[in-house]
Design a protein around this ligand. Structure first.
Ligand SMILES: Nc1nc2c(c(=O)[nH]1)N[C@H]1C(S)=C(S)[C@@H](COP(=O)(O)O)O[C@H]1N2
Ligand SMILES: [Mo]
Length: 203
């Protein structure tokens, strides 16, 4: 047994990955598709991203304009409320901080409504999309984001359950109060922190 280290013997198969939030399992290489609406046909030339509501300068970016902004990468996991998590992903896009710096949030802004080109909506506290925690993303693991996963571009808010990451993102509206989006109206949690299992209203 001389060749076996203590660490090796101590790592039983049942040991839980510390990156896995409670109630979640590792989906491995697979990546489920979850879409409530019909998948839109949205070419990059037709995609826009806008920031409006409580901002000094409501602004809309085209595909080319968004790609001219400083790039930003997220490396890590995503967590779906249906209990799968996916590790070691690399996402490229632009930080929401960059878009907000251009639009100039008013001091009264506390929440955002994210809206998709399909009409899907989801609400988030402003603090959860600032400080390097959220992106508009168009590339994942070295390839363009596929249409079924929200391409040409989606919102990415990986520290919250994945329903907050609106596919085919069209914009953020800054508000001075919270309002329910699509799944939140249908019983999902306003915030959605996977580490405290904020799955449903009342959790
Ligand atoms: N526009 C739109 N965005 C959406 C959804 C949706 O139905 N429509 N589903 C959400 C949910 S519940 C999850 S888990 C993820 C699924 O993303 P995926 O299909 O790329 O795994 O997208 C989120 N964003
Ligand atoms: Mo989900």
């Amino acid at each position: 047994m001389a060749g076996f280290t203590r660490g090796f013997l101590g790592k039983g198969k049942a040991e839980r990955d510390p990156r896995l939030p409670p109630g979640q399992y590792d989906t491995g290489r697979s990546w489920p598709v979850l879409t409530a609406e019909a998948r839109p046909k949205l070419a990059p030339a037709d995609w826009t991203f806008g920031v409006d509501g409580l901002v000094e300068r409501p602004t809309t970016w085209s595909w080319d304009e968004a790609h001219a902004l400083p790039p930003s990468t997220y490396q890590g996991a995503i967590h779906c409320v249906t209990t799968w998590s996916k590790f070691d992903m690399t996402w490229n896009g632009v930080s929401i901080d960059t878009f907000l710096a251009a639009a100039g949030p008013l001091p009264s802004a506390t929440h955002v409504m994210a809206t998709s080109h399909t009409g899907y909506t989801t609400n988030l506290p402003l603090d959860d999309v600032t400080g390097g925690k959220a992106w508009v993303a168009w590339e994942v693991d070295g390839a363009p984001l596929s249409a079924s996963h929200g391409g040409p571009a989606r919102l990415l808010v990986p520290h919250l359950y994945f329903w907050k990451s609106a596919k085919w993102i069209s914009g953020l509206t800054l508000m001075d109060h919270d309002e329910h989006g699509f799944w939140e109206r249908n019983g999902y949690h306003d915030h959605g922190d996977p580490w405290t299992e904020e799955r449903y209203q009342g959790d």
